[in-house]
Design a protein around this ligand. Structure first.
Ligand SMILES: Cc1cc2nc3c(=O)[nH]c(=O)nc-3n(C[C@H](O)[C@H](O)[C@H](O)COP(=O)(O)OP(=O)(O)OC[C@H]3O[C@@H](n4cnc5c(N)ncnc54)[C@H](O)[C@@H]3O)c2cc1C
Length: 508
């Protein structure tokens, strides 16, 4: 008798010919699915800890094909995961072993601009009001979306790496200039989503508004999003540079970072990051220009507050070099500068934490990191990034109809701690690598707590699977998400059959 998985695969092949790719090369498929495709898809995730071979990949080419796949999987009861581009490093989120299948949305590549009533756009408070919405299929990557929009004189708020996909929006996300228009998911004007009963519905401020709100950070708990409707803005010009400093100057670098964060509170056009590596500290200086006139930053003339804000760094004599000289560009060109190298086979593990800014805390973190470096396996690289987010980011989100993240409107830092180590590692090395980050984050967390700088929020896009991301949104938001899940997924398909993710089922 055929196993439930192979029976479901046969059913999927019959209903979706050419869309199912299995390890043994599905020769019945007219679209030449091959073993090579299978291996490419398996080795696609950013972290090789997620290079798991599933029973099959399903690559639907339309929302109705997503609905067909989902209804077959629901009937068969087999496990599945949804993949956008597989940049999430948690195994089991957008990867799965041979007990289940990956629904890979890569073929949902549609992109179109739709005009909406300008009054409605302005009233919705999204902050665009230019009446143009970018409808992008769930298989798009940010680099493609930026290039496409910029050719039309438009920008949308997304991630900082061109290869990352729309999955970023599912977890709230963080953009290059967070205080300008809020977190990326707040730029969502709506979505098209496939529900577990096979319906394809819109969720936006007017239709299924409760679902729309929960989707702004609530993850993959409610359905499979097939189209993201993004608010657009007249092209946002950026000026940016990345400078490397010597890590030995960490106290001054940390002090300058905190000063810059203070200035960000009154100047929402600034974005920055401070990334600590063994050999250098990379600091990003990003300024958004006047979107309405598309004028470059330097031609604004104004009060000069932006350049003033970067002054604390200019006086540091630990500068090593400019990794990226001052450049006039766009979100798209900055993303290209920040792109991660392709073809990297390393294993990766990330953890996050949110605190308010404090130079003393940042120094504690540096010292904890130096100590952690002694515990990492051979050839591993452990680095961390201070990612400043201002109170304006949170207020922008509120203006745009709120979200489910439970953020406090204060200046804060979304930390990300990352370890990368060779793929050919022993289980002991794997454990040591993860343990180094876990202990480091715990030390920083304890320091933040004792200094009264700890905030509850944990950003899903930088979190490890065991971090209580949904709990960090607060009791009220959890209740909202649970109610939305009961209403739109009454059979609990996304809780019981979805293999991994930040899921409501994991809440106590
Ligand atoms: C090099 C690099 C740069 C990054 N830069 C940023 C950044 O600037 N800002 C930031 O916030 N994050 C950033 N991230 C983190 C990244 O946003 C997260 O890892 C995100 O989860 C990956 O998005 P993805 O599109 O690859 O999604 P995937 O890894 O494919 O999926 C992530 C999760 O979302 C779910 N999901 C994906 N698409 C859908 C959908 N359409 N419907 C329902 N569920 C879905 C998946 O099931 C999975 O649980 C970066 C990561 C890397 C590796």
């Amino acid at each position: 008798m055929a196993s439930p998985v192979s029976a479901a695969l046969q059913f999927l092949r019959d209903r979706l010919p050419g869309r199912v790719i299995t390890p043994d090369a599905d020769t019945s498929a007219p679209a030449s699915a091959s073993a090579a495709d299978f291996t490419t898809l398996t080795n696609q995730p950013w972290s090789s800890t997620c290079w798991q071979a599933p029973a099959a990949y399903i690559l639907p080419e339309s929302s109705s094909e997503v609905a067909t796949a989902l209804s077959i999987l629901k009937q068969s009861g087999i496990k599945f995961v949804v993949r956008s581009t597989g940049h999430n490093p948690n195994p089991g989120f957008s990867s799965i072993g041979d007990e289940g299948v990956v629904i890979d949305l890569a073929k949902l590549q549609r992109r179109e601009i739709v005009e909406v009533n300008e009054v409605t756009a302005a009233e919705s408070g999204i902050g665009c009001g230019n009446g143009k919405i970018a409808r992008v299929g769930a298989g798009n990557r940010w680099g493609v979306v930026y290039d496409w929009l910029e050719k039309q004189g438009l920008s949308a708020i997304g991630g900082r790496d061109p290869g990352v996909g729309m999955g970023l929006l599912v977890g709230g996300g963080l953009g290059a200039v967070p205080n300008l228009h809020g977190v990326p998911s707040n730029g969502l004007r709506g979505v098209e989503i496939v529900l577990s009963d096979g319906r394809i519905v819109n969720a936006n401020a007017d239709e299924n508004a409760d679902l729309y709100r929960a989707l702004k950070g609530g993850g993959s708990n409610f359905g499979i999003i097939t189209r993201f409707d993004l608010a657009t803005h007249p092209l946002i010009p950026l000026q940016y540079s990345i400078t490397l400093y010597s890590p030995s100057d960490y106290t001054n670098i940390n002090r300058a970072t905190v000063q810059l964060q203070e200035d960000m509170e009154s100047e929402p056009r600034i974005g920055t990051f401070t990334n600590f590596n063994s050999a250098f500290v990379a600091v990003g200086f990003i300024t958004a220009g006047d979107s309405a006139s598309s004028s470059q930053v330097e031609s604004e003339g104004g009060s000069g507050t932006v350049t003033e804000a970067f002054k604390p760094f200019e006086s540091l004599d630990s500068k090593m070099m400019d990794a990226c000289p001052t450049t006039n560009g766009t979100l798209g060109s900055l993303a290209k500068v920040m792109a991660h190298a392709a073809g990297d086979e390393k294993k990766k593990y990330v953890r996050t934490l949110t605190t308010t800014p404090s130079a003393d805390l940042y120094n504690d973190a540096y010292n904890a990191w130096r100590a952690a470096l002694d515990t990492i396996p051979k050839d591993a690289v452990l680095h961390y990034t201070i990612q400043p987010v201002g109170s304006t980011c949170v207020r922008e989100a509120e203006k745009a109809g709120g979200n489910i993240l439970g953020l406090k409107a204060v200046a804060q830092c979304w930390w990300v701690f990352t370890i990368e180590w060779p793929r050919e590692s022993t289980p002991e090395d794997d454990a040591a690598a993860r343990n180094a980050v876990t202990c480091l984050v715990e030390k920083v967390r304890n320091a933040a707590k004792s200094r009264d700088h700890l905030l509850p929020y944990l950003c899903a896009t930088f979190a490890s699977s065991d971090q209580g991301v949904l709990s960090s949104y607060g009791a009220q938001n959890i209740e909202i998400m649970k109610a939305v899940s009961r209403k739109y997924d009454p059979d609990g398909v996304f809780q019981s059959q979805q293999y991994g993710g930040f899921l409501l089922r994991d809440l106590e």
